[in-house]
Ligand binder design. Sequence first.
Ligand code: SER
Length: 572
Amino acid sequence: MTSNELRKNFLDFFKENDHSVSPSASLIPEGDTSVLFNTAGMQPFKRFYLEPDLAPGARVTTSQKCIRTGDILEVGDNTHLTFFEMLGNFSFGYPAKQGSYFKKEAIEFAWKFLTEVLAVKPSRIYATYFAGDENISEDSESLAILKTIKDLHKIVPQGAEDNFWSLGTENSPGGPTVEFYIDNVEIWNLVFNEYIYQNGKYVPSQLKGVDTGMGFERLLASLNNFDNVYETDLLSPIISKIKEVAGSFHPFHEKDFRIIADHLKAALFLLNEGVLPANKDQGYIVRRLIRRAIIKLNGLGVRENVLKEIAQTVFTIYTGVYDFSIYTVLPELEKEEVRFRVTLASGLKLLQSKKVLTGQDLFDLYQSYGLPLEVSLEEAKNHHINIEENALDSYNELFKSHQELSRTASAGMFKGGLVGQSEQTTKYHTATHLLLAALRQVLGDGIHQKGANITDERIRFDFSYAEKMTPEQIQQVEDLVNEKIKADLQVSMQEMRLEDAQNCGAMGDFATKYGETVKVYSIGNYSTTEPPFSREICGGPHITNTGILGHFKIIKEESSSAGVRRIKAILE
Ligand code: SER
Protein backbone atom coordinates (compact mmCIF):
# COMPACT_ATOMS: atom_id res chain seq x y z
CA MET A 1 0.00 0.00 0.00
CA THR A 2 1.29 3.47 -0.83
CA SER A 3 1.27 6.37 1.59
CA ASN A 4 -1.25 8.26 -0.51
CA GLU A 5 -3.62 5.29 -0.52
CA LEU A 6 -3.33 4.83 3.22
CA ARG A 7 -3.92 8.50 4.05
CA LYS A 8 -6.93 8.53 1.76
CA ASN A 9 -8.32 5.26 3.17
CA PHE A 10 -8.14 6.62 6.67
CA LEU A 11 -9.75 9.98 5.98
CA ASP A 12 -12.39 8.40 3.75
CA PHE A 13 -13.31 5.83 6.39
CA PHE A 14 -13.95 8.48 9.00
CA LYS A 15 -15.67 10.73 6.48
CA GLU A 16 -18.07 7.87 5.76
CA ASN A 17 -18.61 7.74 9.51
CA ASP A 18 -19.77 11.36 9.62
CA HIS A 19 -16.48 13.06 10.47
CA SER A 20 -15.55 16.31 8.79
CA VAL A 21 -12.07 16.20 7.26
CA SER A 22 -9.88 19.11 8.38
CA PRO A 23 -6.61 19.93 6.62
CA SER A 24 -3.45 19.62 8.70
CA ALA A 25 -2.76 22.69 10.81
CA SER A 26 0.63 24.37 10.60
CA LEU A 27 3.58 22.79 12.42
CA ILE A 28 3.82 25.94 14.51
CA PRO A 29 0.95 26.12 17.00
CA GLU A 30 -1.29 29.10 16.41
CA GLY A 31 -1.86 31.36 19.41
CA ASP A 32 -0.17 28.87 21.73
CA THR A 33 3.33 29.54 22.96
CA SER A 34 3.39 26.65 25.43
CA VAL A 35 5.07 24.42 22.84
CA LEU A 36 7.39 25.06 19.89
CA PHE A 37 5.67 22.62 17.55
CA ASN A 38 2.50 20.66 17.10
CA THR A 39 3.49 17.27 18.43
CA ALA A 40 0.11 15.52 18.19
CA GLY A 41 -3.04 15.64 16.11
CA MET A 42 -5.08 16.93 19.05
CA GLN A 43 -2.85 19.92 19.71
CA PRO A 44 -4.60 22.35 17.35
CA PHE A 45 -7.93 21.15 18.81
CA LYS A 46 -7.17 21.16 22.51
CA ARG A 47 -9.52 24.03 23.39
CA PHE A 48 -12.42 22.22 21.70
CA TYR A 49 -12.45 19.68 24.53
CA LEU A 50 -13.30 22.47 26.96
CA GLU A 51 -15.35 24.57 24.54
CA PRO A 52 -16.91 22.08 22.09
CA ASP A 53 -19.08 24.75 20.48
CA LEU A 54 -15.98 26.25 18.89
CA ALA A 55 -15.16 22.96 17.13
CA PRO A 56 -15.92 22.60 13.39
CA GLY A 57 -18.19 19.68 14.30
CA ALA A 58 -18.76 16.95 16.86
CA ARG A 59 -16.63 14.58 14.74
CA VAL A 60 -13.42 15.59 12.99
CA THR A 61 -10.61 13.66 11.31
CA THR A 62 -7.15 14.78 10.18
CA SER A 63 -3.72 13.77 9.09
CA GLN A 64 -1.68 16.25 11.10
CA LYS A 65 1.95 17.22 10.42
CA CYS A 66 3.95 16.84 13.63
CA ILE A 67 7.49 17.49 14.81
CA ARG A 68 8.97 15.81 17.87
CA THR A 69 12.53 16.66 18.85
CA GLY A 70 12.68 14.99 22.27
CA ASP A 71 13.86 11.73 20.72
CA ILE A 72 16.32 13.24 18.24
CA LEU A 73 19.10 10.87 19.29
CA GLU A 74 16.87 7.85 18.66
CA VAL A 75 16.22 8.89 15.09
CA GLY A 76 17.78 6.32 12.81
CA ASP A 77 16.38 3.31 14.69
CA ASN A 78 13.41 1.52 13.13
CA THR A 79 10.57 3.73 14.34
CA HIS A 80 11.60 7.22 15.52
CA LEU A 81 11.20 10.23 13.26
CA THR A 82 11.47 13.98 13.79
CA PHE A 83 8.77 14.81 11.26
CA PHE A 84 5.80 12.49 10.96
CA GLU A 85 2.11 12.60 10.27
CA MET A 86 -0.44 11.58 12.85
CA LEU A 87 -3.73 10.17 11.64
CA GLY A 88 -6.51 10.98 14.06
CA ASN A 89 -10.23 10.98 14.70
CA PHE A 90 -11.72 13.29 17.30
CA SER A 91 -15.00 13.78 19.07
CA PHE A 92 -15.94 16.79 21.19
CA GLY A 93 -18.63 17.64 23.74
CA TYR A 94 -19.84 14.12 24.62
CA PRO A 95 -22.64 13.47 25.49
CA ALA A 96 -24.31 16.88 25.03
CA LYS A 97 -23.17 17.67 21.51
CA GLN A 98 -25.16 15.95 18.82
CA GLY A 99 -23.11 13.36 16.93
CA SER A 100 -20.39 13.16 19.58
CA TYR A 101 -19.17 9.73 20.68
CA PHE A 102 -17.01 8.14 23.31
CA LYS A 103 -15.26 4.86 24.16
CA LYS A 104 -17.53 2.33 22.48
CA GLU A 105 -17.62 3.97 19.05
CA ALA A 106 -13.94 4.94 19.14
CA ILE A 107 -12.80 1.39 19.92
CA GLU A 108 -15.17 -0.10 17.35
CA PHE A 109 -14.06 2.36 14.63
CA ALA A 110 -10.42 1.48 15.31
CA TRP A 111 -10.97 -2.25 15.19
CA LYS A 112 -13.05 -2.03 12.02
CA PHE A 113 -10.53 0.20 10.26
CA LEU A 114 -7.59 -2.05 11.09
CA THR A 115 -9.17 -5.42 10.46
CA GLU A 116 -11.74 -4.68 7.74
CA VAL A 117 -10.51 -1.67 5.76
CA LEU A 118 -6.80 -2.51 6.05
CA ALA A 119 -7.39 -6.24 6.46
CA VAL A 120 -4.75 -6.67 9.14
CA LYS A 121 -5.05 -10.20 10.55
CA PRO A 122 -6.44 -10.08 14.13
CA SER A 123 -3.69 -12.47 15.20
CA ARG A 124 -1.15 -9.66 14.61
CA ILE A 125 -3.02 -7.23 16.88
CA TYR A 126 -3.31 -6.81 20.62
CA ALA A 127 -4.68 -4.03 22.83
CA THR A 128 -3.79 -2.41 26.15
CA TYR A 129 -5.95 -0.42 28.59
CA PHE A 130 -5.50 1.62 31.79
CA ALA A 131 -5.37 -0.58 34.89
CA GLY A 132 -5.80 2.30 37.36
CA ASP A 133 -3.50 3.64 40.06
CA GLU A 134 -3.76 5.27 43.48
CA ASN A 135 -5.28 8.46 42.00
CA ILE A 136 -7.51 7.30 39.17
CA SER A 137 -9.57 4.14 38.95
CA GLU A 138 -9.28 1.39 36.35
CA ASP A 139 -10.85 2.05 32.94
CA SER A 140 -13.20 -0.92 33.33
CA GLU A 141 -15.52 0.56 30.71
CA SER A 142 -12.87 0.20 27.97
CA LEU A 143 -11.95 -3.26 29.21
CA ALA A 144 -15.58 -4.36 28.92
CA ILE A 145 -15.81 -2.99 25.36
CA LEU A 146 -12.53 -4.63 24.32
CA LYS A 147 -13.81 -7.97 25.69
CA THR A 148 -16.75 -7.85 23.30
CA ILE A 149 -14.40 -8.00 20.29
CA LYS A 150 -14.44 -11.67 19.41
CA ASP A 151 -11.15 -11.86 17.52
CA LEU A 152 -9.08 -9.73 19.84
CA HIS A 153 -6.93 -12.39 21.48
CA LYS A 154 -4.90 -10.34 23.94
CA ILE A 155 -5.80 -7.43 26.26
CA VAL A 156 -3.06 -6.12 28.53
CA PRO A 157 -3.60 -3.90 31.61
CA GLN A 158 -0.98 -1.17 31.99
CA GLY A 159 -0.19 1.73 34.34
CA ALA A 160 -0.47 5.49 33.90
CA GLU A 161 2.95 5.75 32.31
CA ASP A 162 1.74 3.86 29.26
CA ASN A 163 -2.02 4.24 29.27
CA PHE A 164 -2.92 7.67 30.57
CA TRP A 165 -2.44 10.64 28.25
CA SER A 166 -2.34 14.29 29.13
CA LEU A 167 -0.57 17.43 27.96
CA GLY A 168 0.09 18.15 31.64
CA THR A 169 -0.62 21.86 31.27
CA GLU A 170 -3.21 23.77 33.31
CA ASN A 171 -6.78 23.31 32.05
CA SER A 172 -5.81 20.75 29.42
CA PRO A 173 -7.80 17.57 28.82
CA GLY A 174 -6.48 14.13 29.69
CA GLY A 175 -7.65 10.60 30.31
CA PRO A 176 -7.10 6.84 30.07
CA THR A 177 -6.12 5.29 26.77
CA VAL A 178 -6.55 2.14 24.77
CA GLU A 179 -3.61 1.30 22.54
CA PHE A 180 -3.50 -1.03 19.57
CA TYR A 181 -0.28 -2.82 18.68
CA ILE A 182 0.52 -4.56 15.42
CA ASP A 183 3.39 -7.08 15.54
CA ASN A 184 4.28 -5.64 18.95
CA VAL A 185 4.74 -2.10 17.62
CA GLU A 186 2.47 0.55 19.14
CA ILE A 187 0.34 1.88 16.30
CA TRP A 188 -2.76 3.63 17.56
CA ASN A 189 -3.42 5.53 20.75
CA LEU A 190 -7.06 6.16 21.66
CA VAL A 191 -7.34 8.79 24.38
CA PHE A 192 -10.58 9.22 26.29
CA ASN A 193 -10.54 12.75 27.63
CA GLU A 194 -12.72 12.55 30.71
CA TYR A 195 -10.56 14.67 33.04
CA ILE A 196 -9.25 18.20 33.14
CA TYR A 197 -5.88 18.94 34.69
CA GLN A 198 -6.41 21.69 37.27
CA ASN A 199 -4.17 22.76 40.15
CA GLY A 200 -2.04 19.64 39.89
CA LYS A 201 -5.02 17.24 39.85
CA TYR A 202 -7.15 15.42 37.33
CA VAL A 203 -10.72 16.56 37.86
CA PRO A 204 -13.57 14.65 36.11
CA SER A 205 -15.00 16.80 33.32
CA GLN A 206 -18.66 17.24 32.42
CA LEU A 207 -18.05 17.07 28.70
CA LYS A 208 -15.89 14.28 27.44
CA GLY A 209 -14.02 13.77 24.22
CA VAL A 210 -12.03 11.37 22.05
CA ASP A 211 -8.55 12.02 20.70
CA THR A 212 -6.89 9.29 18.71
CA GLY A 213 -3.47 9.33 17.17
CA MET A 214 -1.93 6.80 14.80
CA GLY A 215 1.65 7.03 13.57
CA PHE A 216 1.23 7.19 9.81
CA GLU A 217 4.75 6.09 8.86
CA ARG A 218 4.76 3.23 11.40
CA LEU A 219 1.41 1.95 10.20
CA LEU A 220 2.52 2.14 6.58
CA ALA A 221 5.64 0.13 7.41
CA SER A 222 3.57 -2.54 9.22
CA LEU A 223 1.10 -2.86 6.37
CA ASN A 224 3.92 -3.42 3.91
CA ASN A 225 5.71 -5.84 6.24
CA PHE A 226 8.74 -3.57 6.51
CA ASP A 227 10.54 -3.71 9.82
CA ASN A 228 11.36 0.01 9.71
CA VAL A 229 9.78 3.26 8.57
CA TYR A 230 12.66 4.16 6.24
CA GLU A 231 11.59 1.53 3.72
CA THR A 232 8.24 3.22 3.16
CA ASP A 233 7.65 5.42 0.12
CA LEU A 234 7.76 8.42 2.48
CA LEU A 235 11.46 7.95 3.09
CA SER A 236 13.06 5.37 0.83
CA PRO A 237 13.38 7.70 -2.22
CA ILE A 238 15.29 10.18 -0.04
CA ILE A 239 17.61 7.43 1.18
CA SER A 240 18.25 6.24 -2.39
CA LYS A 241 19.10 9.77 -3.44
CA ILE A 242 21.51 10.20 -0.51
CA LYS A 243 23.23 6.94 -1.44
CA GLU A 244 23.56 8.10 -5.03
CA VAL A 245 24.93 11.52 -4.04
CA ALA A 246 27.34 10.04 -1.50
CA GLY A 247 28.34 7.20 -3.80
CA SER A 248 27.99 4.90 -0.81
CA PHE A 249 25.67 1.95 -0.40
CA HIS A 250 27.46 0.31 2.49
CA PRO A 251 25.05 -1.08 5.13
CA PHE A 252 27.50 0.21 7.74
CA HIS A 253 26.29 3.73 6.89
CA GLU A 254 22.58 2.89 7.02
CA LYS A 255 21.95 4.84 10.21
CA ASP A 256 23.62 7.95 8.78
CA PHE A 257 21.48 7.72 5.62
CA ARG A 258 18.40 7.53 7.81
CA ILE A 259 19.38 10.51 9.96
CA ILE A 260 20.14 12.68 6.93
CA ALA A 261 16.79 11.77 5.34
CA ASP A 262 14.83 12.42 8.53
CA HIS A 263 16.54 15.70 9.39
CA LEU A 264 16.41 17.13 5.90
CA LYS A 265 12.73 16.34 5.55
CA ALA A 266 11.87 17.91 8.92
CA ALA A 267 13.95 20.99 8.12
CA LEU A 268 12.23 21.39 4.74
CA PHE A 269 8.77 21.27 6.29
CA LEU A 270 9.81 23.92 8.82
CA LEU A 271 11.50 26.15 6.25
CA ASN A 272 8.32 25.84 4.22
CA GLU A 273 6.40 27.34 7.12
CA GLY A 274 8.75 30.29 7.23
CA VAL A 275 10.95 29.10 10.11
CA LEU A 276 14.45 30.22 9.17
CA PRO A 277 17.69 28.95 10.71
CA ALA A 278 18.45 31.02 13.81
CA ASN A 279 20.00 30.73 17.23
CA LYS A 280 16.86 30.30 19.27
CA ASP A 281 13.43 28.71 19.44
CA GLN A 282 12.10 26.96 16.34
CA GLY A 283 14.86 28.52 14.21
CA TYR A 284 17.49 26.80 16.28
CA ILE A 285 15.84 23.43 15.72
CA VAL A 286 15.94 23.98 11.94
CA ARG A 287 19.58 24.97 12.20
CA ARG A 288 20.44 21.88 14.28
CA LEU A 289 18.62 19.58 11.89
CA ILE A 290 20.35 20.99 8.82
CA ARG A 291 23.76 21.04 10.48
CA ARG A 292 23.49 17.54 11.83
CA ALA A 293 22.55 16.32 8.35
CA ILE A 294 25.56 18.11 6.86
CA ILE A 295 27.89 16.59 9.45
CA LYS A 296 26.64 13.13 8.57
CA LEU A 297 27.13 13.88 4.86
CA ASN A 298 30.58 15.19 5.60
CA GLY A 299 31.32 11.95 7.44
CA LEU A 300 30.31 10.07 4.29
CA GLY A 301 32.89 12.09 2.37
CA VAL A 302 30.44 14.51 0.73
CA ARG A 303 32.14 17.90 0.70
CA GLU A 304 30.00 19.74 -1.85
CA ASN A 305 26.67 21.42 -1.22
CA VAL A 306 24.10 18.72 -1.97
CA LEU A 307 21.07 19.36 0.22
CA LYS A 308 19.22 21.24 -2.52
CA GLU A 309 19.54 18.27 -4.83
CA ILE A 310 18.37 15.77 -2.23
CA ALA A 311 15.49 18.08 -1.26
CA GLN A 312 13.87 17.54 -4.66
CA THR A 313 13.00 13.97 -3.67
CA VAL A 314 11.09 15.26 -0.63
CA PHE A 315 9.04 17.61 -2.80
CA THR A 316 8.26 14.73 -5.16
CA ILE A 317 7.09 12.46 -2.33
CA TYR A 318 4.53 15.01 -1.16
CA THR A 319 3.31 16.16 -4.59
CA GLY A 320 -0.43 16.76 -4.39
CA VAL A 321 -0.41 16.42 -0.59
CA TYR A 322 1.60 19.36 0.74
CA ASP A 323 2.67 22.38 -1.28
CA PHE A 324 6.24 23.54 -0.92
CA SER A 325 7.30 27.09 -1.74
CA ILE A 326 10.38 25.73 -3.44
CA TYR A 327 11.67 29.15 -4.48
CA THR A 328 11.88 30.38 -0.92
CA VAL A 329 12.79 27.11 0.79
CA LEU A 330 15.74 26.13 -1.40
CA PRO A 331 17.74 29.38 -1.19
CA GLU A 332 17.42 29.33 2.61
CA LEU A 333 18.55 25.72 2.75
CA GLU A 334 21.49 26.44 0.49
CA LYS A 335 22.49 29.54 2.45
CA GLU A 336 22.68 27.56 5.67
CA GLU A 337 24.63 24.75 4.02
CA VAL A 338 27.15 27.13 2.44
CA ARG A 339 27.57 29.04 5.68
CA PHE A 340 28.05 25.97 7.82
CA ARG A 341 30.40 24.12 5.50
CA VAL A 342 32.84 27.06 5.65
CA THR A 343 33.44 26.57 9.37
CA LEU A 344 32.75 22.86 9.70
CA ALA A 345 36.19 21.60 8.69
CA SER A 346 38.01 23.93 11.11
CA GLY A 347 35.56 23.05 13.89
CA LEU A 348 36.04 19.32 13.42
CA LYS A 349 39.81 19.76 13.19
CA LEU A 350 39.83 21.65 16.46
CA LEU A 351 37.59 19.08 18.11
CA GLN A 352 39.70 16.17 16.92
CA SER A 353 42.89 17.83 18.15
CA LYS A 354 41.66 17.62 21.75
CA LYS A 355 42.15 14.74 24.14
CA VAL A 356 39.51 16.00 26.55
CA LEU A 357 36.67 18.41 25.84
CA THR A 358 35.80 20.99 28.48
CA GLY A 359 32.62 23.03 28.76
CA GLN A 360 34.51 25.98 27.28
CA ASP A 361 35.58 23.82 24.30
CA LEU A 362 32.01 22.72 23.71
CA PHE A 363 30.82 26.30 23.92
CA ASP A 364 33.54 27.56 21.55
CA LEU A 365 32.68 24.81 19.09
CA TYR A 366 29.09 25.96 19.18
CA GLN A 367 29.71 29.69 19.23
CA SER A 368 32.59 29.98 16.77
CA TYR A 369 32.14 26.96 14.53
CA GLY A 370 28.42 26.41 14.74
CA LEU A 371 28.66 22.83 16.02
CA PRO A 372 25.50 22.11 18.04
CA LEU A 373 26.21 20.51 21.43
CA GLU A 374 24.90 17.06 20.56
CA VAL A 375 26.99 17.04 17.40
CA SER A 376 30.19 17.77 19.33
CA LEU A 377 29.31 15.07 21.85
CA GLU A 378 28.62 12.58 19.11
CA GLU A 379 31.85 13.42 17.27
CA ALA A 380 33.79 13.17 20.53
CA LYS A 381 32.37 9.69 21.07
CA ASN A 382 33.27 8.64 17.53
CA HIS A 383 36.86 9.78 18.04
CA HIS A 384 37.19 8.46 21.60
CA ILE A 385 37.67 11.95 23.04
CA ASN A 386 36.74 12.25 26.69
CA ILE A 387 34.31 14.79 28.03
CA GLU A 388 35.48 16.50 31.18
CA GLU A 389 33.35 15.93 34.25
CA ASN A 390 30.88 18.81 34.67
CA ALA A 391 31.55 19.92 31.08
CA LEU A 392 27.83 19.99 30.37
CA ASP A 393 27.13 22.16 33.40
CA SER A 394 29.79 24.66 32.47
CA TYR A 395 28.63 24.61 28.83
CA ASN A 396 25.11 25.45 30.02
CA GLU A 397 26.41 28.25 32.18
CA LEU A 398 28.43 29.74 29.34
CA PHE A 399 25.45 29.40 27.04
CA LYS A 400 23.23 31.19 29.53
CA SER A 401 25.63 34.04 30.19
CA HIS A 402 26.20 34.42 26.46
CA GLN A 403 22.47 34.73 25.96
CA GLU A 404 22.31 37.36 28.68
CA LEU A 405 25.15 39.25 27.03
CA SER A 406 23.36 39.09 23.71
CA ARG A 407 20.18 40.35 25.28
CA THR A 408 22.04 43.30 26.73
CA ALA A 409 23.65 43.85 23.36
CA SER A 410 20.39 43.87 21.50
CA ALA A 411 18.89 46.21 24.06
CA GLY A 412 21.60 48.63 22.94
CA MET A 413 23.18 48.67 26.37
CA PHE A 414 26.41 47.00 25.43
CA LYS A 415 29.31 49.39 25.14
CA GLY A 416 31.57 47.33 22.92
CA GLY A 417 29.74 48.37 19.78
CA LEU A 418 28.54 44.87 19.10
CA VAL A 419 24.85 44.66 18.52
CA GLY A 420 23.48 41.31 17.42
CA GLN A 421 25.00 37.89 17.83
CA SER A 422 25.09 35.91 14.63
CA GLU A 423 28.26 33.99 13.84
CA GLN A 424 28.96 36.40 11.03
CA THR A 425 28.69 39.32 13.43
CA THR A 426 31.08 37.55 15.79
CA LYS A 427 33.56 37.16 12.94
CA TYR A 428 33.28 40.84 12.12
CA HIS A 429 33.85 41.63 15.74
CA THR A 430 37.17 39.77 15.73
CA ALA A 431 38.09 41.32 12.36
CA THR A 432 37.55 44.75 13.94
CA HIS A 433 40.21 43.98 16.52
CA LEU A 434 42.59 42.98 13.74
CA LEU A 435 41.77 46.18 11.89
CA LEU A 436 42.56 48.42 14.85
CA ALA A 437 45.85 46.64 15.49
CA ALA A 438 46.79 46.87 11.79
CA LEU A 439 45.93 50.60 11.66
CA ARG A 440 48.17 51.22 14.65
CA GLN A 441 51.03 49.36 13.00
CA VAL A 442 50.66 51.20 9.71
CA LEU A 443 49.65 54.69 10.90
CA GLY A 444 51.22 54.80 14.38
CA ASP A 445 50.29 54.46 18.03
CA GLY A 446 48.27 57.67 17.98
CA ILE A 447 45.37 55.74 16.48
CA HIS A 448 42.44 55.02 18.80
CA GLN A 449 39.01 53.63 18.21
CA LYS A 450 36.31 56.28 18.16
CA GLY A 451 33.36 54.10 17.40
CA ALA A 452 32.29 50.90 15.70
CA ASN A 453 29.12 49.62 14.19
CA ILE A 454 29.04 45.98 13.26
CA THR A 455 26.36 44.07 11.41
CA ASP A 456 26.59 40.64 9.89
CA GLU A 457 27.35 42.29 6.56
CA ARG A 458 30.11 44.80 7.31
CA ILE A 459 32.20 46.76 9.79
CA ARG A 460 31.96 50.51 10.09
CA PHE A 461 34.92 51.67 12.11
CA ASP A 462 35.81 55.20 13.24
CA PHE A 463 39.30 56.08 14.44
CA SER A 464 41.35 59.13 15.36
CA TYR A 465 43.47 60.28 12.42
CA ALA A 466 43.63 63.72 10.87
CA GLU A 467 44.48 62.89 7.24
CA LYS A 468 43.02 60.94 4.41
CA MET A 469 44.72 57.56 4.15
CA THR A 470 46.72 56.99 0.95
CA PRO A 471 45.85 54.01 -1.28
CA GLU A 472 49.16 52.45 -0.25
CA GLN A 473 48.32 52.74 3.45
CA ILE A 474 44.89 51.21 2.84
CA GLN A 475 46.54 48.35 0.96
CA GLN A 476 49.07 47.82 3.75
CA VAL A 477 46.33 47.65 6.40
CA GLU A 478 44.30 45.25 4.30
CA ASP A 479 47.35 43.04 3.65
CA LEU A 480 48.32 42.98 7.30
CA VAL A 481 44.84 41.92 8.40
CA ASN A 482 44.78 39.20 5.73
CA GLU A 483 48.22 38.00 6.78
CA LYS A 484 46.95 37.60 10.36
CA ILE A 485 43.87 35.76 9.11
CA LYS A 486 45.99 33.37 7.06
CA ALA A 487 48.26 32.73 10.05
CA ASP A 488 45.17 31.30 11.81
CA LEU A 489 46.05 33.06 15.07
CA GLN A 490 44.42 31.95 18.25
CA VAL A 491 42.02 34.34 19.98
CA SER A 492 42.19 34.00 23.73
CA MET A 493 40.47 35.70 26.62
CA GLN A 494 41.63 36.48 30.12
CA GLU A 495 39.77 38.20 32.88
CA MET A 496 41.85 40.67 34.86
CA ARG A 497 41.69 43.82 36.92
CA LEU A 498 41.20 46.96 34.82
CA GLU A 499 44.49 48.34 36.07
CA ASP A 500 46.39 45.24 34.94
CA ALA A 501 44.69 45.38 31.57
CA GLN A 502 45.81 48.97 31.07
CA ASN A 503 49.32 48.12 32.26
CA CYS A 504 49.69 45.35 29.73
CA GLY A 505 48.74 47.75 26.94
CA ALA A 506 45.26 46.50 26.21
CA MET A 507 43.34 48.88 23.98
CA GLY A 508 40.06 50.09 25.34
CA ASP A 509 37.47 52.74 24.89
CA PHE A 510 38.36 54.83 27.87
CA ALA A 511 35.23 56.90 27.63
CA THR A 512 33.51 53.72 28.79
CA LYS A 513 33.15 53.11 32.49
CA TYR A 514 34.49 49.61 32.97
CA GLY A 515 33.92 47.45 36.01
CA GLU A 516 36.72 46.47 38.33
CA THR A 517 37.52 43.33 36.37
CA VAL A 518 37.42 43.23 32.60
CA LYS A 519 37.78 40.71 29.83
CA VAL A 520 40.85 41.11 27.66
CA TYR A 521 40.92 39.48 24.25
CA SER A 522 44.34 38.74 22.72
CA ILE A 523 44.95 37.69 19.13
CA GLY A 524 48.17 35.81 18.42
CA ASN A 525 50.86 34.35 20.64
CA TYR A 526 52.49 36.40 23.32
CA SER A 527 54.99 36.16 26.12
CA THR A 528 56.00 38.42 28.98
CA THR A 529 58.26 40.39 26.65
CA GLU A 530 56.44 40.02 23.36
CA PRO A 531 52.86 41.37 23.16
CA PRO A 532 50.24 39.71 20.96
CA PHE A 533 49.28 41.28 17.63
CA SER A 534 46.10 42.65 19.18
CA ARG A 535 45.00 43.06 22.76
CA GLU A 536 41.74 44.79 23.66
CA ILE A 537 39.40 45.15 26.57
CA CYS A 538 36.12 43.83 25.23
CA GLY A 539 32.97 42.01 26.30
CA GLY A 540 33.17 39.56 23.38
CA PRO A 541 32.05 37.25 21.98
CA HIS A 542 34.80 36.34 19.53
CA ILE A 543 35.74 33.48 17.31
CA THR A 544 38.58 31.31 18.57
CA ASN A 545 40.89 31.27 15.54
CA THR A 546 41.33 33.91 12.84
CA GLY A 547 41.65 31.32 10.06
CA ILE A 548 37.91 31.16 9.51
CA LEU A 549 37.46 34.85 8.75
CA GLY A 550 37.93 34.55 5.00
CA HIS A 551 39.27 37.54 3.04
CA PHE A 552 39.22 41.02 4.53
CA LYS A 553 38.57 44.00 2.25
CA ILE A 554 38.33 47.73 2.90
CA ILE A 555 35.60 49.07 0.68
CA LYS A 556 35.62 52.71 1.75
CA GLU A 557 37.79 55.22 3.61
CA GLU A 558 36.27 58.63 4.29
CA SER A 559 36.04 61.46 6.77
CA SER A 560 33.66 60.97 9.68
CA SER A 561 34.16 64.25 11.54
CA ALA A 562 37.08 66.55 12.28
CA GLY A 563 40.10 64.40 13.15
CA VAL A 564 38.13 61.18 12.77
CA ARG A 565 38.27 58.87 9.76
CA ARG A 566 35.80 56.14 8.92
CA ILE A 567 36.52 52.77 7.30
CA LYS A 568 33.95 50.38 5.92
CA ALA A 569 35.18 46.84 5.46
CA ILE A 570 33.80 43.43 4.63
CA LEU A 571 34.77 39.79 4.92
CA GLU A 572 34.35 37.88 1.68
N1 SER B 1 -2.68 12.66 21.87
C1 SER B 1 -2.36 11.26 21.72
C2 SER B 1 -0.95 11.03 21.25
O1 SER B 1 -0.27 11.96 20.89
C3 SER B 1 -3.32 10.62 20.76
O2 SER B 1 -3.51 11.44 19.67
O3 SER B 1 -0.52 9.92 21.27
